[in-house]
Ligand binder design. Structure first.
Ligand code: C2E
Ligand code: CA
Ligand code: CA
Length: 721
């Protein structure tokens, strides 16, 4: 437009010049100037005009060129700015796209990891996916995920690490404070090393030598505790930006979630297969363990021993001292069993007070029997709980693969059966044999008859005399008998454990007390001068807590003088819980009943304990009396016990006296009363009445004593043969 304008002006100027020239010519002509003169002057004028015009033209053109250049420059500037803006925008868009892609990748990775978690994939695989997510974040980044085990960080997963660097990072001791992992763990915060060159530490030099330039590490935390670390190793110099650190934090949170999930899973599995009380495997694990042991044994043609352990009278511990005490005993027994076995042996709690031990790589049955014997000794050691001392015994049944069965189920059943028979035979341990099946059936048959026994009149009492060294009867002991309609008379050593295990001892024990009181009353009514009668009391009767009330009720029901009743409590019962027992004993003493400690010497009590109990007498166990006349026998012990018991004001009864020698030895030691076949076997009530009437069971012999302490000698003059 300006060019056009400029051309218009130019044309006007030419017109003006021509007009001036023509006007000048006309004027000169009018002045009669010759044409030549005019032409001369015109030539000058024209030259001048042309010169002027050329100069003007040049100037105009220069101006035009300058304008055009300026325009072009302006255009270039505009284009540059535009290009710059386009470049900037492109870069922005590119950054946005890669950021979005990265975010999408992160999302994909996170979702994949969560899906893996939901699918319950193995934790190492999921952790590997976490490490991979870091290297997806940037191609120059590698990742190392360490888990804390004790005081070492173990490389659990990695991605894109050069193999030599991965080798170096396998294990990091947390004491190595040059390692970024240890620092992050100690400070519980992200630790960055922007340029490993600047650290000048042997460890960082080592990392650098293996390709790392920068590293940032964050602890994996769950609550207050650190589970491990995630490190990002940059193979280029790469100080982390804010978003990088944010990404690292999120990755650590994800790892913590995975580890927490793993821990929960492990816990659930552990719970499903373990007994929370003892920490041992439970029935399910025991069964699985036995199945695998059988498979291993099949491969290497060796035997497997199954030991089925059952604690004796465990219910009584629970009833007497409460469940916490029962739990304590179970934990203690579990501990003793595991301590005896090898770490590879399987020990499981199969039920309330039942444990199973699997002995692998057995040469013969003897191996399992040997382990059983050792376990029995270990389990029978006293249990100390606060002020209380328990003595718990166990019974063990043994079955052996392949002889006794080839499946876990059959082996378990047979070991269990052998255990029952061991318990009822009072044998401690028993190995399965086919005879046991019959014995077991017989025992079940017996058990059924015993349940009906009170109604059927199958129980009866016999009485065994206790005499002074002079042979004079001073007391009786009532002993229970059971007559089976088909099996005949069953020995107490056989049926008393059944009564105790089935709790039948409670009604039967009450019946014994009632029967004794009634019997004394009958003898009194028959005009006989009676002596105190001793009744054996099972620890289960004592465990109830209101035993003294029961005794009191029975005495008053019979209208009997309480001093005629003596209760025999076993030593092990007394030692179960000293304070509780002495409290209960005191209540019985307050009734006026006499108390004796039976089977003294077989438990763990010491005389110093006993003097704090309200007792009247001590019965020295038959096993001591049996050996009293042996050259290296029990005489010194028996003498010491008698003299100490006397110091404590206790009467001493010697049990199981069968020979004159035994009697003499006891009497020399100062034993007050004697009981045994030498005087009389236990006899039914009618015969006991005769003994009561006669009173003198032995005829004194002329003095034989050389030591002076034995005042009389005796010769058998039994009233009853
Ligand atoms: P215990 O209380 O030690 O009873 C003494 C046992 O020794 C009795 O056996 C008796 O017959 C036996 N005995 C006595 N003198 C001799 C002897 O000179 N030589 C030999 N070899 N044995 C002799 P029994 O009657 O078989 O009773 C065994 C156990 O059964 C008793 O041992 C007692 O612990 C228990 N028992 C018996 N009756 C009852 C009862 O009514 N209740 C409870 N809870 N237990 C009872
Ligand atoms: Ca007794
Ligand atoms: Ca006894």
């Amino acid at each position: 437009m300006s060019t056009l304008l400029r051309n218009g002006v130019f044309r006007t100027l030419i017109f003006v010049q021509i007009f001036v020239a023509v006007t000048t010519l006309a004027f000169l002509h009018s002045l009669s100037v010759s044409v030549l003169q005019i032409l001369e002057s015109l030539q000058l004028l024209l030259l001048f005009g042309v010169a002027f015009y050329v100069t003007w033209l040049q100037r105009a053109m220069r101006a035009q060129v300058a304008t055009r250049e300026e325009t072009e420059r302006e255009l270039r500037r505009e284009r540059n700015t535009l290009e710059k803006r386009v470049d900037e925008r492109t870069a922005e868009l590119r950054a946005e796209v890669s950021e979005r892609r990265r975010a999408e990748q992160q999302n994909r990775d996170r979702n994949r990891i969560l899906e893996m978690l939901v699918r319950d994939e193995a934790t190492p695989i999921i952790l590997h996916a976490v490490a991979e997510a870091v290297s997806h974040y940037s191609t120059s980044l590698a990742c190392a995920l360490h888990l804390l085990q004790g005081d070492t960080l173990i490389l659990a997963a990695q991605s894109a690490l050069p193999s030599t660097l991965a080798g170096r990072l396998q294990q990091i001791a947390i004491q190595n404070m040059d390692a970024p992992e240890s620092i992050a763990l100690a400070t519980k915060a992200v630790h960055t090393m922007d340029d490993l060159r600047e650290a000048h530490k042997p460890w960082t030099e080592l990392l650098r030598a293996n390709g790392a330039q920068s590293v940032w590490t964050s602890p994996i935390s769950a609550g207050d505790c650190c589970l491990g670390t995630i490190s990002v190793y940059s193979l280029l110099l790469h100080p982390p930006g804010e978003s990088d650190l944010e990404f690292l934090q999120t990755t650590c949170q994800l790892a913590a979630l995975i580890l927490d999930h793993h821990r929960m899973n492990e816990e659930l599995i552990h719970r499903a297969y373990h007994d929370p009380l003892t920490g041992l495997g439970n029935r399910r694990l025991g069964k699985k363990g036995l199945e695998s042991a059988i498979q291993r044994a099949q491969r290497d043609s060796r035997g497997v021993g199954v030991l089925w352990i059952d604690l004796d009278k465990f219910k009584q511990i629970n009833d007497t001292y409460g469940h916490p005490a029962g739990d304590f005993v179970l934990r203690e027994m579990a501990h003793r069993i595991t301590a005896r076995m090898r770490a590879s042996d399987i020990v499981a709690r199969m039920g309330g007070d039942e444990f199973m031990v699997i002995v692998e790589r057995m040469e013969n049955r003897g191996d399992a029997e040997h382990v059983a014997r050792e376990l029995l000794t270990l389990l029978a050691q006293p249990v100390h709980m606060a002020e209380t001392q328990f003595s718990v015994t166990a019974s063990i049944g043994i079955s052996v693969y392949p002889e006794d069965g080839d499946s876990a189920e059959i082996l378990e059943q047979r070991a269990d059966l052998a255990m029952y028979e061991a318990k009822f035979a009072g044998l401690g341990s028993r190995t399965f044999s086919t005879d046991l099946i019959e014995e077991h059936a017989k025992r079940k048959f017996l058990e059924a008859a015993m349940r009906r026994g009170l109604e059927d009149g199958a129980y009866s009492l016999v009485y065994q005399p206790q005499c002074l060294p002079t042979g004079k009867l001073v007391a009786l002991e009532a002993l229970l008998r059971f007559q089976h309609p088909q099996l005949g008379s069953i020995p107490p050593s056989h049926f008393i454990p059944i009564l105790e295990e089935t709790q039948l001892i409670l009604p039967v024990g009450r019946w014994v007390l009632q029967q004794v009181c009634r019997q004394l009353k009958i003898w009194q009514n028959a005009g006989c001068e009676v002596v105190p009668v001793a009744v054996n009391i099972s620890s289960i009767q004592f465990a109830g807590g209101d035993f003294s009330n029961e005794v009191s009720a029975i005495l008053s029901e019979a209208g009997l003088d309480s001093s005629l009743l003596e209760l025999e409590l076993t030593e092990s019962l007394v030692m179960h819980d000293f304070s509780e027992t002495s409290r209960q004993m005191q209540k019985l003493k307050d009734l006026g009943v006499r108390i004796a400690i039976d089977d003294f010497g077989t438990g763990y009590s010491s005389l110093s304990y006993l003097h704090r109990l309200p007792i009247d007498a001590l019965k020295i166990d038959r096993s001591f009396v049996e050996m009293i006349t042996e050259p290296e026998g029990t005489r010194p012990i028996v003498d010491a016990v008698i003299s100490m018991a006397h110091t404590l004001g206790l009467r001493v009864v010697g049990e199981g006296v069968e020979t004159l020698g035994q009697m003499e030895a006891l009497c020399r030691g100062g034993c007050d009363t004697l009981q045994g076949y030498l005087f009389s076997k236990p006899v039914p009530a009618d015969q006991a009445l005769q003994l009561l009437r006669h009173r003198q069971l032995m005829r004194p012999l002329p003095q034989l004593s050389e030591g002076g302490s034995l005042s009389i000698s005796v010769c058998p003059a039994r009233v009853i043969a």
